[in-house]
Design a protein around this ligand. Structure first.
Ligand code: FES
Length: 106
């Protein structure tokens, strides 16, 4: 298990237990975390699971693969720390991860 904290655009934060091997998107959906829609179910083809990775975590999480980068073009208010949460797999190294959801999804 790894703890993940989701902060919404208004600053409200929720910390949940994530299963190792699940994605950050799946974890949010499982725990009814608002702000992540995930319309395509994790296929990297909707950009509605967009999150901002906390500055302290960007290096550990790493950057997007080319396919994800292309999809991020469709996300709302993309920033250098933007990722699609369905493409971030939870590992023990991500215990304590903090992500923020954007004001709205694509
Ligand atoms: S759930 Fe569709 S791109 Fe992540």
């Amino acid at each position: 298990m790894a703890k993940i904290t989701y902060i919404d655009a208004s600053g409200e934060s929720r910390t949940v237990e994530a299963e190792i091997g699940a994605t950050v998107m799946e974890t949010a959906i499982r725990h009814d975390v608002p702000g992540i829609e995930a319309e395509c179910g994790g296929a990297c083809s909707c950009a509605t699971c967009h999150v901002y990775v906390d500055d302290a975590w960007t290096e550990t999480v790493g950057g997007p693969e080319p396919m994800e980068e292309d999809m991020l073009d469709f996300a709302y208010d993309v920033r250098p720390n933007s990722r699609l949460s369905c493409q971030i797999k939870v590992t023990p190294a991500l215990d304590g991860l903090v992500v923020t959801t954007p004001e709205r999804q694509a």
